[in-house]
Design a protein around this ligand. Sequence first.
Ligand code: GAL
Length: 679
Amino acid sequence: MKILPKVSRFLHGGDYSPEQWPSKQWREDIDKMEQAGVNALTLGVFAWSALEPEEGVYTMDWLGEVMDLLAARGHHAILATPSAAQPAWMSKAYPQVLRSPIGGQRNRHGMRVNFCVSYPYYRQKVAAMNTELARRFGKHPALVAWHISNEFFDPCYCSNCEEAFRQWLRARYGSLDQLNHSWNTAFWSHTFTDWSQIEAPGGTGENSCEALWVNWKRFSSGQYASFIRNEVIPIRKHSPGIPVTTNLMGTHEPLDYWRLAAELDFVSMDAYPFYDCRPEMLDHGIEHSFVFDLMRSFKRGNPWALMECTPSSANWMPFMKLKRPQIHRLGSMQAVAHGSDSVMYFQWRQGMGGREKFHGAVLDHTGSTQTRVFKEIAEVGEWLQKMTPVLGLRTKADVALLYDWENRWAIEAACGPTKDYKQYVPTCVAHYKGFWSQGISVDVIQSTEDFGSYKLLVVPMLYMLRPGVAERMEAFVRDGGTLVATYWTGLVDEDDRLFDTSFPGPLAPMLGIENEETDILYPDEHAGVEALPGNSLGLEGGWKATTFCALIESKGAEVLARYTSEFYAGSPAVTRNLYGKGTAYYIGFRAGHDFHAAFYGKLATQLGLQRALEAPLPEGVTVQVREDGESRFLFLMNFSGVEAVVELGSVNATELVSGQANVKQVYLEPYGVEILRVH
Ligand code: GAL
């Protein structure tokens, strides 16, 4: 499904700030777009003071002129609402508009995303601004999408937000007795006797009540969702049929992006990976594949948009290392491989002053079209043009991997079982790598999504089981699904209260085990694990367990592998339990890629999971698929610094960009990428 009804090509372009340039420059800058194979600009992201220089005085002609220039050349505009940076006059006149970071003391004016998400006046002003913009430009021929604000960031901790939080808690818990019980506030005399005693967590305030933290983040995510809703209402009214999005930042911890995504027509994301051609780049590549699959999963497999990446370097990075030749092409194609229908940049034209004057741009401060960067962008533009048949295609995944924000907050808020080595997100990515390296597509979903369409559900460290999740997992397995859970799963309920049964709580019967204790090893230690001879998965060999070693007892599950060291040598480390028509596995220890590759390799074969290609892939290479019932495209990407050859076996394919037919084997240069059309 296409995300932009008015567009039938890949969006290629970037943020442009005409308000930073004299008007005579606009035509010149827009005239250069075609040479770069660029067809879209995002306008107005931080333009409030240019759009409303004093309260109630709207000055939008300049924006109209730029949009007309784009339309005249057949280019597209993504129009941003300017709420990410309120003007100085507003902060002065209405100081409550300013954000309060953790600790609750209001910021002074400046920076960006420096507003209070709950303040009614700001919501009204944003709605009024969006009404003006949508009335004026909502049906403009250049307009293809609305870009709400920019990179929603962090909760605001001001007194307005605190009061809204209390109201939210009243509605959620009904009574203080219920809240006190759910949060176990008898601990350290934290019992609340009046709603007004509840404050935002953090700073010099409450830091020892995990349920408060988790609920504060739930509440704050909801505030941002309703902030977006408030922005979108006038747009939908005056600009019907033009989809809305906002730019997300991957797995950004403070906000539950599922809540934000639900308000949007399509999801978009800003990606700034460290693609520096060092060995670690492989891991950054896998992390980004994971995050891109999360973007695709927000809208159940529909395409999303890469809204920003840098054409060369990013000035906020500790080192502004330039992207080596062709690295940008690999990063761009990677986003498309995982479902993006665009490659957009920050920024089209470098500004002459301010904090981002050294940030990479397609046009540098001189506006030259002869730079290395400009030429590489133009080449990506050519590729995207040839890739038009990929537009709107989806990815079918047999596997879902759970990455759950609420669970993450709860894990991070908990005191124990290790301070710095909980590593929830890296653990999810480590399991994901087991599939990435085999060319098996994965959806990345939260625990409340539907599991029904998957063959395999991977559940790393699902410490918190939200209501109904255990029951739905059980039903999934009973009906024939396969589930893999790991250590540190099934410990607490949605209020961070321990389950009153053995771990993994309500999942224990399905997994056929009980987890009595978990040993946490120091970073320089490991325990041994070995496969049991003749185990039903065919696992062979031995591995290292780091940090987490769950001590488990089988309650009917088959033991596939056991520990070989520590006082728990001989006890189960990996188990398999037949349950209903399905199977539930438990991995008791933190494993490395050698184990994940072996384990998920065996499982993929046993379950017949669809691989992009049958032959094993060289190290550092992945293959991702976009398809519909008729067309199938393979994206072969090499994230290693050595060349690689990929055998296609019986696949009959044509190289999409070069047009070469009957390809049997693909040579990938270091960091190379090829796209194949499969017949
Ligand atoms: C993004 C932001 C852009 C720009 C860019 C620089 O996070 O949305 O406005 O600041 O970073 O890398």
